[in-house]
Structure formats: structure tokens, C-alpha cells
Design a protein around this ligand. Structure first.
Ligand SMILES: Nc1nc2c(c(=O)[nH]1)N[C@H]1C(S)=C(S)[C@@H](COP(=O)(O)OP(=O)(O)OC[C@H]3O[C@@H](n4cnc5c(=O)[nH]c(N)nc54)[C@H](O)[C@@H]3O)O[C@H]1N2
Ligand SMILES: Nc1nc2c(c(=O)[nH]1)N[C@H]1C(S)=C(S)[C@@H](COP(=O)(O)OP(=O)(O)OC[C@H]3O[C@@H](n4cnc5c(=O)[nH]c(N)nc54)[C@H](O)[C@@H]3O)O[C@H]1N2
Ligand code: SF4
Ligand SMILES: [Mo]
Length: 692
């Protein structure tokens, strides 16, 4: 094979993972033969991960969806996939879709159509970033879609106090005096950041992990606090009170850059160390130890994970925790601050690119209220659901009711995916999507400050099409004249880059094509996001927030207890026998449910076990390796018990995203305190040995 027939194409990982890796695809004679981490990328530095290394094997999986399919059997799991669907041409598929959507618009109005974008790709062209198809959906005026499944509560909570989730550059953690990893299993879910943490540690910074589960990350910590799930705000309030009492606070920073400090300080009276310790179910000494470390070692860098906000009071907890670096004056120093997501500094032209001027949405539906929206919504009910990059039968809460909603015979569901997921079992039509190395994409990250371009490296297999092309064809079949519906993917990327900061920095599509990634404009290292003030109403860090008060969340940060979790063993009539708080974290074998049903991943990762504390297991007569039933009033699933001191007592831990497990049948479709976020970890279950 001659060298001339080989070339490399720079791309990026599209998955909902903070790391936002840049990759290089080697193409030989039109075939992608190698996909590896881009060694030039400053954050991801050449490595991908165990989940994505076999990307090309997944792309060539014999079970990949390759042509459009139409249902010919009743909805629901079929004995044979081939008997449930028949192949159809793209023209037929798009024609059918156009006719149905037009009829629904004519009879019920466009609000009866709900495009449902998931996090299978979080990019701005094909993924849920804008999401894909926004121009068409705006033009038609269909129901809007709120991506409430992941991180919304934390964003809103931090919005009240800091004004952004991007309170520091994660790379600058190397200069931290102390690192607190709060509700994040970094070594599994954000692994490319870990080397920066280790550099901080080598320079003397202790690493603290706060997590009810003894995760791989917690095991590497210098100090691990394992509070009851959903009680983080109580811990943070106790720490705040103690730091103020010890006069370990930065009074100059407080005077110059914050509002409402005195009010906040006065509100902390009840939060003695003993009260915090009691609510969190941890030893008072541990809280004192952490308070003393925070006082001594500055600046404080907090990495706030998404896990801790999947609770009834998740938004409020994020807001309270953000007060710690403010009290210590750490936001003012390189290496200090708080990072939840670095999304804000991207400053792409989302409004222009999504074509918001083309039309208004009559209502917005929350992704994680899917069951209620399908079963209870009126005026009009949802009649067409267009799902892409989402697998709600695995990922959403209350999957039994999700299935019930998707089973409606008067609902037309189109699923665009790369594999026949459990959601496909309920699709009326299935459309085969391209994968990342076969399409254009622009990706952000939520843990670094670089923008990644993804260029198509090869032609797609079979009849797979990018989402954008599917929606362009649909617009044409619906006879829509608006030229903005037909722009190319490259034009869409240029539209996203059409903002003042990118123009000033000279960052264009051509520049990106050349390099593959760029440092974000106006984020020169070291990043000083608040040099000109905080992006809040007052321009200061807001301990007291009028906006939060007006929104019903209280003027001051406060503790909102979990609805189910945290107290399960204590509040039950039988003293907690058999009751646990179930937490399902990211698996190290897959990101959410992506690729989780392939033979390759199933063989490697298997069905995840449920980890129980030895004292709880003994009490409940469960032995290591026993088959158990995990159940509550919403649903049940079976698993194998692993009995090991891997969680605090009363907590059962497993991982999310596995197919054919139905873990989320036990999760409530309840909203968190802010933004209708999901409450995956606020989930009380009963565990016993299974009868079968
Ligand atoms: N390998 C892998 N990586 C992933 C993912 C994956 O599925 N697999 N998922 C990706 C996605 S979608 C996201 S959003 C990010 C999220 O990444 P993370 O922010 O790390 O979120 P989770 O893994 O959900 O949970 C993080 C930790 O929060 C803990 N936790 C749960 N409840 C509480 C609580 O009440 N208090 C505290 N202090 N901790 C709590 C859990 O035990 C868990 O260890 O990771 C991404 N990365
Ligand atoms: N119990 C519990 N459940 C959770 C969580 C938890 O912590 N605990 N975490 C939640 C979180 S953080 C998230 S983000 C959600 C994720 O939930 P979803 O948004 O539903 O995302 P995934 O489950 O990853 O499903 C993505 C789908 O996209 C498909 N896909 C992948 N690439 C492509 C592509 O290029 N094109 C198309 N069309 N499809 C593609 C995959 O095959 C898969 O079917 O899960 C949530 N579920
Ligand atoms: S899943 Fe995360 S760590 Fe793995 S390649 Fe994608 S961005 Fe990188
Ligand atoms: Mo997520």
C-alpha cells in the first residue's frame, strides 16, 4: 500500500463526556483504518478512552442500522427484529414523515410534534447542542425540547450565585492549594482531567472527594467524606459557618466582589458542625478536618460533578457549594474557583445558527417528563415524536411508564439511531444515522476551553445519513420555501462561529479545518473569568440573590432535603430492613447507553452488579454473588449483589446505561428544585434475594 493512498483527518468525540477529546482518523483507500487521540490537543493529549478506542469496530458492527425501516408488527419488543420491520427507501420514509407531520399540523397544530434530542451526540450540528433540525422545527413552530436529563439544575443554581458554571479553567487546577472533587467520579467520567489533579497534589495540594460511594476516585483521595445522598448543601453550610467563625475568610474579596455576605452569614446560625454532621450522617471530626484544610490551603478549586445535582435539592446544593470558594476569595486567584461546566465561554452564535427568527415555539416539553408528556398532556397531546441520539427506554426515569407512553397506538414515533435500541422497539419508523467520523460536527467540552471541529473522514456505510441531511430532505418534502432550511453543514458551522469574539480572534471554519481545534477566544491562559466582574445582575458574586428569591428558591442559599434518599434506612417502619438509596453512576465500559448493547461491550462490561455494604447485606441476609431483586412502587429489576465496603451504609451502587437491565424502572419521573432536572440519585429501593 503506498503512503500516498493514506491520509489523516482530525475529528472529535461527540459523546456526552466532559473531556471533549480530539481525535485523528487514518484513512486508507477510502476506509477508516485507525482512530486515535490527537497528540496535539492540549487537554486530551493523545489518549482517548477504553469506551471509544474501539470506535471503528462499533462503526463496522454487523448490527449497525444501515437502511430506513418501517414497522409492520405491533409496538413493543419483538421476538425477531426482522419480522417487526421492513426496509423502505429514503424517499418513501421521508415522504411518509412529511405527509404525517403535515396532517398533524393541519388537524392538531404543530405543537403536537415533539423533536426529542438526546445526548448520544452533544455537538451543535448533528447533536443536542442546538439541537439538530432546529431551523426546521422553529420554522414549523413545533413543541420545544428541554434537555433536562443531565445538568440543568446545577447550571441554574450556580447561575444565581456565580452567574456561570465556568468559574475556572480546569487546567489551572495545577495551581490549587486544595482540590475538592464534589460528586464526580473523575477517574471514570472525566479521566483526562486527572493528570492535572495529580500535578496539583505533587505540588502539595490535598485532594478531597465528597461522594457517598467509595468510587475509584474516592479511593485515591487524601480525604474522603461520604455524606448521605442529597445532603451536600447541609455539609457546605456547616463548612461555611465554621470558616466564618474561624475568621478564615477573605474579607477584602467579600467587600469588593460579593453582595449579601452579612445576610448569608447570619442565616448560618443553625448550621453548627454537629447539625451538619447529623444531617449528612458523617463524623463531626471529618467536617472540622475539611474546614481546617480549607482555611489553610488556598486557593480552593472545586470540581462540581453532575452526580450531586441529580437530587430534589440539586440546584440549591450547587448554589450553596459555590459559596465556599467565594468566602475564601479563591475566585480571584489562578488555581482557585469552581468548575461545573465550561460551556459558557464558547459564546457560539446559537441563536443565529438555530434560526430562532424563523418562528416561535408554542410550548416547551421537558425531556425527563417524557412519560407524563406522552400520557397526560392535552391541548394538544403529543402525536409525533422524533427521537435522535436518545434512548429513553434505557436512560429516562420511570421506564415502565415511558414504555406505556411509547406504546400509544395514536403516537407516531420516528427513531434516528445507529443501533436497534430498546427505544427502537417502540418506533414506527427507524432511520439510520451516520456516526461522527462520517459527518461534520462542531463540539464543545464541559471540562476544557477548546473548540473542536470534526470533519467527515469517510463515506457512511449503507444508506446512513447525517441528521442535518434528513431534516433538509424533510423540509423539501414538506415543500418549505425558506432558504435557511437548506444551508449546508459547513455553512451551519460558519453561522455558529459568527460572533464578535470569534471574528476578532480570526477563528473561521478554514482555521479550524487546518488545526482541528482552537483555544476559545478571550480565554487566554491563565483564565481570569471574573477580572471584570461576575456575570450576575449585580456584577458580583451573589450570596443573596433577588432573582433566586423571585423564582421561589429563597434569597439565600439553603438546604433542601431529598424526597426519598438520604434517610431510607431510618424512616422505614421496620427500621430500614432491606431499604437502600440507589445510585447509578457512569460505567467505565460505556458512556450512558451508547454502544452498551453491542456484543463487544456486553462481553467486556457485562450486566453491572449492585454493590452493597457488608453490614447491610448481612442484616438483609444477602451474600456476595446472590441474585437480588431491586424494587420499589414504580418498578423492579434483577442483578447480582457484590458485597464489599464500597458505599456508605444504606446506599446501593450500580452503573447506568446497560441495556436489558431496566434499572431506571425504579427512578421517579419527579423534577428537581431547579429547571425540571431529573432526580436519578434520589431513589429509594427495597433489595432482597430474588426468588428465581
Ligand atoms: N465512563 C463514563 N464516563 C461518563 C459517563 C458514563 O456513562 N461513563 N457519563 C457522562 C455523562 S452523561 C455525564 S453527565 C458526566 C457526569 O459525570 P459525573 O459528574 O462524574 O456524574 P456521575 O457519574 O453521575 O456521578 C458522579 C458521582 O456523584 C456521586 N453522587 C451521587 N449522589 C451524590 C450526592 O448526593 N452527593 C455527592 N456528593 N455525590 C453524589 C456518585 O456516587 C458518583 O460517583 O460523566 C460523563 N462521563
Ligand atoms: N439511573 C441513571 N440514569 C441516568 C443517569 C444517571 O446518572 N443515573 N444519567 C443521565 C444522563 S447524565 C444522561 S446525559 C442521560 C443520557 O441519556 P440519553 O440522552 O438517552 O443518551 P444515551 O442513553 O447515551 O442514548 C444515546 C443514543 O444515541 C445513539 N447514538 C449514538 N451516537 C449517535 C449518532 O451519531 N447518531 C444518532 N442518531 N444516534 C446516536 C445511541 O445508540 C443511543 O441509543 O442518561 C441519564 N440517565
Ligand atoms: S468518551 Fe470522553 S474520554 Fe472517551 S474519547 Fe470521548 S471525550 Fe474522550
Ligand atoms: Mo449527562
Amino acid at each position: 500500500m503506498t503512503e500516498a493512498s493514506s491520509r489523516t483527518v482530525i475529528g472529535s468525540c461527540p459523546l456526552d463526556c466532559p473531556d471533549g477529546c480530539s481525535w485523528v482518523v487514518t484513512v486508507t483507500e477510502g476506509k477508516a483504518v485507525r482512530l486515535r487521540g490527537n497528540p496535539d490537543h492540549p487537554f486530551t493529549a493523545g489518549g482517548l478512552c477504553k469506551k471509544v478506542n474501539p470506535w471503528l469496530e462499533h462503526a463496522a458492527d454487523p448490527n449497525r442500522l444501515l437502511r430506513p425501516l418501517r414497522r409492520v408488527a405491533p409496538k413493543g419488543p419483538a421476538v425477531s427484529f426482522a419480522d417487526a420491520f421492513e426496509p423502505i427507501s429514503w424517499d418513501e420514509a421521508i415522504g411518509d414523515m412529511a405527509a404525517r407531520l403535515t396532517a398533524i399540523i393541519d388537524t392538531s397544530g404543530p405543537a403536537a410534534i415533539w423533536p426529542f434530542a438526546g445526548t448520544g451526540n452533544v455537538g451543535f450540528v448533528q447533536g443536542c447542542g442546538l439541537p439538530a433540525g432546529s431551523r426546521l422545527w422553529n420554522h414549523l413552530g413545533v413543541s420545544g425540547h428541554h434537555v433536562t436529563i443531565c445538568s440543568v439544575s446545577g447550571h441554574i443554581g450556580l447561575g444565581y450565585s456565580i452567574g456561570t458554571g465556568a468559574g475556572m479553567d480546569p487546567e489551572d487546577v495545577v495551581d490549587a492549594g486544595i482540590v475538592v472533587i464534589w460528586g464526580s467520579n473523575t477517574l471514570v467520567a472525566n479521566q483526562h482531567w486527572w493528570p492535572f489533579v495529580e500535578r496539583a497534589r505533587s505540588a502539595g495540594a490535598p485532594v478531597v472527594v465528597i461522594d457517598p460511594v467509595s468510587t475509584r476516585t474516592a479511593l485515591r483521595a487524601d480525604l474522603h467524606l461520604a455524606p448521605r445522598p442529597g445532603t451536600d448543601a447541609a455539609l457546605a453550610l456547616g463548612l461555611c459557618r465554621r470558616l466564618i467563625a474561624d475568621d478564615a475568610i477573605d474579607r477584602t474579596f467579600l467587600a469588593e466582589h460579593t453582595v449579601g455576605f452579612d445576610e448569608f452569614a447570619a442565616s448560618l446560625d443553625p448550621w453548627t458542625i454537629d447539625r451538619s454532621a447529623e444531617v449528612c450522617g458523617i463524623e463531626p471530626d471529618q467536617i472540622v478536618e475539611l474546614a481546617e484544610l480549607l482555611a489553610d490551603r488556598r486557593p480552593l478549586a472545586v470540581k462540581l460533578g453532575q452526580g450531586m445535582q441529580r437530587h430534589a435539592g440539586g440546584g440549591q446544593a450547587a448554589r450553596v457549594i459555590s459559596c465556599l470558594p467565594a468566602l475564601l476569595g479563591s475566585f480571584d486567584r489562578v488555581g482557585g474557583g469552581l468548575v461545573y461546566s465550561t460551556d459558557d465561554p464558547y459564546r457560539l452564535n446559537r441563536i443565529g445558527a438555530s434560526g430562532r427568527r424563523l418562528g416561535r415555539r408554542p410550548r416547551h416539553l421537558a425531556m425527563t417528563n417524557l412519560a407524563a408528556n406522552l400520557l397526560e398532556l392535552d391541548d394538544p397531546p403529543v402525536e409525533a415524536l422524533i427521537v435522535h441520539g436518545a434512548n429513553p427506554v434505557v436512560s429516562n426515569p420511570d421506564t415502565a411508564r415511558v414504555r406505556q407512553g411509547l406504546s400509544r397506538t395514536d403516537l407516531h414515533t420516528v427513531v434516528i439511531d445507529i443501533f436497534a435500541t430498546e427505544t427502537v422497539d417502540y418506533a414506527d419508523m427507524v432511520l439510520p444515522s451516520t456516526m461522527q467520523h462520517e459527518q461534520w460536527e462542531l463540539n464543545n467540552s464541559f471540562a476544557h476551553l477548546y473548540l473542536n471541529l470534526n470533519q467527515p473522514a469517510v463515506d457512511p456505510p449503507g444508506e446512513c445519513l447525517p441528521h442535518t441531511e434528513i431534516f433538509r430532505r424533510l423540509a423539501r418534502a414538506m415543500n418549505l420555501a425558506e432558504p435557511d432550511l437548506y444551508v449546508s453543514d459547513e455553512e451551519l458551522i460558519s453561522a455558529l462561529l459568527d460572533t464578535e469574539p470569534y471574528r476578532r480572534a480570526g477563528i473561521t471554519l478554514d482555521v479550524l479545518k487546518d488545526k482541528g481545534w482552537v483555544r476559545l477566544p478571550e480565554t487566554q491562559s491563565p483564565y481570569r473569568p471574573f477580572a471584570n466582574g461576575f456575570p450576575t445582575v449585580s456584577g458580583r458574586f451573589e450570596f443573596a440573590s433577588e432573582r433566586a428569591e423571585a423564582d421561589g428558591h429563597g434569597r439565600l442559599p439553603n438546604y433542601r432535603p431529598p424526597v426519598e434518599a438520604g434517610f431510607a434506612p431510618l424512616s422505614q417502619p421496620d427500621g430500614g430492613l432491606g431499604w437502600y438509596d440507589l445510585i447509578a453512576n457512569g460505567s467505565d465500559g460505556h458512556v450512558n447507553s451508547v454502544f452498551a448493547g453491542t456484543d463487544l461491550v456486553r462481553e467486556r462490561s457485562g450486566v453491572p452488579p449492585v454493590v452493597l455494604h457488608p453490614d447491610d447485606a448481612r442484616r438483609d441476609g444477602i451474600a456476595d454473588g446472590d441474585r437480588i431483586e431491586v424494587a420499589n412502587e414504580r418498578g423492579r429489576f434483577h442483578a447480582t449483589a457484590v458485597v464489599v465496603a464500597g458505599t456508605r451504609r444504606g446506599v446501593a451502587a450500580t452503573t447506568k446505561g446497560a441495556w436489558a437491565m431496566d434499572l431506571n424502572a425504579t427512578v421517579a419521573e419527579r423534577d428537581s428544585d431547579m429547571g425540571r432536572g431529573a432526580v436519578y440519585h434520589d431513589n429509594r429501593v427495597r433489595i432482597r434475594t430474588a426468588d428465581d
